[in-house]
Design a binder for this molecule. Structure first.
Ligand code: FA5
Length: 363
């Protein structure tokens, strides 16, 4: 019985030491320790059987089991240190930062090309002493058309395909007529403004000359092709003072064109019609691509239209109660997309609104 137990202890010892020597990680270390020294461990079982031995046999075997136990514990402790160190190195390796690597480039936002061109236009006019004003995108028929000398049913309204929104009932109040003759409770036609020209009226109603203003903003028309978008941007300009002439208009626009497109582009004024100016003109710049010889971009004409302009019509001054005998003025309205397309050689307006980063990143 005693010899049998000794042999068993020896076997447990040998097996345990072999197992411990082969340990690879801390999880296996835990399991091995439990299998040998845990409550139901192999060596613990042996210890429990010692109680059944005679008092003469017990001390010698007890000593042996304890020696084996201590040895196993020592080996377990040694290998635990090694395994912990291995793990620590592994974690360090995984988390290691190579400080010599270049930093990660963060995605960088940038201004939209239309915004950039708009700001460039604003800077040029601010430099000439103009101030910036804004007006609402949702306008009334009065500001968008009537005060600009487009009488109701006038065919000139068809020049701008309008998005109508609905009617608005004027608020009940003192019962007084509004500035433009409508009584409270009457209905007013609402629409998305088709141009920035209504801002001229809104500003002149409040501020009397001298007036040097621009009004950048979004405008809307029922239009959709490679050079026309249903939503686009304009910058309106208005100068009203005593003795403003067509010569002033030409001087300001020549300076503007040179600042945006460079001095090598020619500028041409061509007679045109807008109900709110007289005389009216459209301004073209010479085609940079063909140098006026005629090409696909300029439709063979050698010129590209960039804006409409003219001398403020006396009927407009009368709407805003400015004396047309004392004051004169000019106005212009330019398409920002058109200017951006000519400046950067873009042949499809829709590229501005598709949000394609390959396009937008070029600016
Ligand atoms: C006007 O809108 C007038 N309010 C301009 C004006 C102001 C004339 C002051 C006289 C005095 P027009 O409809 O031509 O004019 O538009 C002006 C510019 O807007 C055009 O030259 C063109 O560059 C641009 N434009 C017009 N329609 C579109 C569209 N659907 N998409 C993009 N740009 C457009």
């Amino acid at each position: 019985m005693i010899e049998e137990l000794r042999a068993k202890i020896k076997t447990i010892q040998e097996k345990a030491l072999q197992e411990i020597a082969a340990l690879q990680n801390l999880q296996d270390w835990q399991n091995t320790k439990a299998r040998i020294l845990g409550q139901k461990g192999s060596l613990t079982q042996i210890l429990k059987t010692l109680g059944g031995l005679s008092p003469a046999e017990r001390p010698a075997l007890g000593r042996l089991v304890n020696e084996v136990k201590r040895e196993i514990e020592r080996r377990l402790q040694d290998i635990q240190k090694t395994l912990e160190e291995t793990k620590r190195r592994q974690v360090l390796k995984e988390k290691a930062v190579d400080v010599t690597l270049p930093g990660l480039a963060l995605p960088q936002g940038r201004r939209h090309p239309i915004r950039r061109v708009m700001e460039e236009i604003e800077e040029i006019f601010l430099g000439m002493g103009f101030s910036i004003f804004e007006g609402p995108d949702v306008e009334t028929d009065y500001y968008n058309f009537e005060a600009l000398n487009f009488p109701k049913e006038h065919p000139a309204r068809d020049m701008q395909d309008t998005f109508y929104i609905g009617l608005r009932t004027l608020r009940q109040g003192s019962g007084q007529a509004t500035d433009h003759g409508l009584r409270t409770k009457e209905k007013e036609q609402l629409l998305l403004r088709t141009h920035t020209s209504p801002v001229q009226i809104r500003v002149m109603e409040k501020q009397k000359p001298p007036l040097y203003m621009i009004a950048p903003g979004t405008v809307y028309r029922h239009d959709d092709d490679v050079t026309h978008s249903p939503m686009f941007h304009q910058v309106e300009g208005l100068m009203v003072d005593t003795d403003i002439t067509l010569g002033d208009l030409k001087g300001v626009l020549h300076h503007f064109c040179a600042a945006v497109f460079g001095t090598d582009r020619e500028v041409r004024f061509r007679p045109s019609f807008f109900p709110f100016v007289e005389p009216g003109a459209e301004v073209d710049i010479s085609c940079a691509l063909c140098k006026k010889r005629g090409c696909r971009v300029c439709g063979g004409s050698g010129w590209l239209e960039i804006l409409g302009a003219g001398m403020v019509h006396p009927a407009v001054f009368e709407h805003v109660k400015i004396d047309p005998k004392r004051y004169s003025g000019f106005a212009f309205g330019m398409g920002v997309e058109r200017i951006a397309m000519l400046k950067y050689g873009i042949d499809d307006i829709r590229l501005f609104y598709e949000g394609d980063m390959r396009f937008l990143e070029q600016f």
